[in-house]
Design a protein around this ligand. Structure first.
Ligand SMILES: C[C@](O)(CO)[C@H](O)COP(=O)(O)OP(=O)(O)OC[C@H]1O[C@@H](n2ccc(N)nc2=O)[C@H](O)[C@@H]1O
Ligand SMILES: Nc1ncnc2c1ncn2[C@@H]1O[C@H](COP(=O)(O)OP(=O)(O)OP(=O)(O)O)[C@@H](O)[C@H]1O
Length: 289
């Protein structure tokens, strides 16, 4: 079976507290965008075999797909094996939940292929053991995420937003960003409540005006070039925002033609090592066929 696994962005990303185990209590609005990886799953004889078009993606036990498959194979003592091909289109370690959405697709695929009959909630509980973004990737759409990001509440569908996704040639570790965050120094938190109101009222302008990511400060401290990139994108768009823990920067624009014009301009200005893509918000996370 084939699954399209969509990337996510955070319309708001707030951090409220640090737990004693180092994890953080967050409040954020998560949103899928039209960028996706294609994953093909088939039952094999034995073991978990991953192949991919991406030259640097691990194919062994450190791939989140492997971990997701292993989790269900062990828990349900499944027979045979699983073969997976990952057609990677989402930039890696980019703040777009590429690994998480692949893991989510794997849980859904095994559930179907072995007829386990688990609900989305039951899959999300298992996904949360592997990564905080995975439950969202299973449910998809527009969700308010609280706790460590795994408690979800569905929000009204986001009005369609067009954006340019600018991924610089840099991999950022989410753990490093959270570790370097100094909550005492934060003076202004994102206005998540305002964005929820804007979603309820289908007020696109109010959504865009209140997009905000608390992790920007920390990632910008660690990587000055991401701050510079945000300034650059902001000068060409209505609003720029870092995605997740970075380093990808999103530029929000009025329509597809403006997105393409900004893409062309950035392709001229930035080195060819940047990936510059046009996307729009979508109201689903995984699509299977
Ligand atoms: C930045 C976001 O992507 C925004 O959606 C998420 O908050 C992080 O989600 P994720 O990458 O799926 O996170 P995980 O794979 O569970 O954790 C990676 C690392 O981020 C840190 N982490 C993650 C989530 C959280 N609420 N607090 C944290 O401090 C932990 O140090 C952890 O070791
Ligand atoms: N299937 C996968 N796809 C992408 N990365 C994977 C995968 N499996 C493991 N990884 C590893 O996970 C790390 C983070 O990659 P990923 O693309 O998930 O980051 P991210 O988009 O920043 O995630 P998040 O937004 O959830 O923090 C990379 O070092 C990558 O090698």
């Amino acid at each position: 079976m084939d699954i399209q696994a969509y990337a996510k962005i955070n319309l708001t990303l707030d951090v409220l507290d640090r737990r004693t185990d180092g994890y953080h209590i967050v409040k954020m609005i998560m949103q899928n965008i039209s960028l996706y990886d294609n994953l093909s799953f088939s039952r094999g004889n034995s073991g978990i075999e991953i192949t991919t078009n991406h030259p640097h993606l691990p194919t062994g036990p450190s791939n989140l797909v492997y971990k997701a498959a292993e989790l269900l194979f062990n828990e349900f003592n499944l027979d045979g094996g699983l073969e997976i091909f990952i057609d990677k289109q989402i930039p890696v370690a980019a703040g777009l939940a590429g690994g998480s959405t692949n893991a989510a697709a794997t849980l859904v695929a095994i559930n179907k292929l072995w007829g386990l009959g688990l609900t989305k909630d039951q899959l999300a509980t298992r996904g949360a053991q592997l990564g905080a973004d995975i439950p969202f990737c299973i449910k998809g759409g527009t969700q308010l995420a609280t706790g460590i990001g795994t408690q979800l509440k569905e929000l009204p569908t986001c009005p369609k937003l067009y954006l340019v996704v600018v991924n610089p040639p840099l991999e950022v570790s989410t753990a490093q960003v959270y570790q370097n965050l100094t909550l005492d120094e934060v003076t202004k938190h994102p206005e998540t409540t305002k964005v929820i109101k804007a979603l309820e009222e289908k007020n696109k302008k109010m959504v865009i005006n209140n997009l905000s990511n608390l992790l920007e400060l920390t990632t910008f401290d660690l990587y000055q070039e991401v701050a510079t990139l945000k300034d650059n994108v902001e000068s060409l768009t209505n609003k720029a925002l870092m995605s997740g823990s970075g380093p990808t920067v999103l530029g929000f624009v009025k329509n597809k033609s403006q997105a393409k014009a900004v893409q062309a301009k950035l392709q001229e200005e930035l080195s060819s090592k940047h990936r510059i893509l046009v996307a729009q918000t979508v109201n689903h996370g995984l699509l299977d066929s």
